[in-house]
Write a protein that binds this ligand. Structure first.
Ligand code: GDP
Ligand code: MG
Length: 162
């Protein structure tokens, strides 16, 4: 069984852009993997000889009362199925209440979570990502999903720890 990476985060942070880069498709693949629920977008990917399954999710709005209400059920299921969670945030937009709500949920889960600050192209990534250490989920990994920067490094670090 290949390792499963779930992409979670509020809308518009770049989850689908990363999914499409990893799976090298424009439209996210819908495939049928045994043992996995079928109503989310799964893609099979091989990057730098690392083979894995990646799951795109629709995003979590985080603007309701509690994170349990706010988090779309499919995102919860995707997290549940995953070996590794990439929690995407937007380095250009900075921290939002939705990010904090999602982080609270993820801190309680048993999953291995990587905070991924996306869209660091053309900005000072170090200073724009610094705020996200306050999410309390450890190191903040910088990427630019649209251009591929930082993606190989993130994969080898996260999959290498499994
Ligand atoms: P999702 O809602 O989390 O799936 O986000 P999308 O993948 O649909 O991306 C939302 C917007 O962010 C789109 O306009 C993307 O082109 C843009 N975007 C995604 N990744 C990057 C990036 O690395 N750099 C920049 N500058 N924009 C990005
Ligand atoms: Mg999307």
């Amino acid at each position: 069984m290949l390792p499963v990476i779930a992409l979670v985060g509020r809308p518009n942070v770049g989850k689908s852009t990363l999914f499409n880069r990893l799976t090298k498709t424009r439209d996210a693949l819908v495939a049928d993997f045994p043992g996995l629920t079928r109503d989310r977008k799964y893609g099979q990917a091989t990057v730098d000889s690392m083979a894995f399954i990646v799951v795109d999710t629709g995003g979590i709005s985080g603007d309701e009362e509690g994170i349990d209400a706010a988090m779309a059920e499919q995102s919860l299921l995707a997290i549940d199925e995953a070996d590794v969670v990439f929690f995407l945030v937007d380095a250009r937009a900075g921290m939002t209440p939705a990010d904090q709500g999602i982080a609270e949920y993820l801190r309680r889960s048993e999953k291995k979570v990587y905070v991924v600050a996306n869209k660091v192209d053309g900005i000072d990534g170090d200073s724009e990502s610094a705020d996200f250490y306050a999410l309390g989920l450890g190191q903040v990994h910088q990427i630019a999903a649209a251009h591929g920067r930082g993606v190989s490094q993130l994969l080898s670090e996260s999959l290498g720890e499994l």
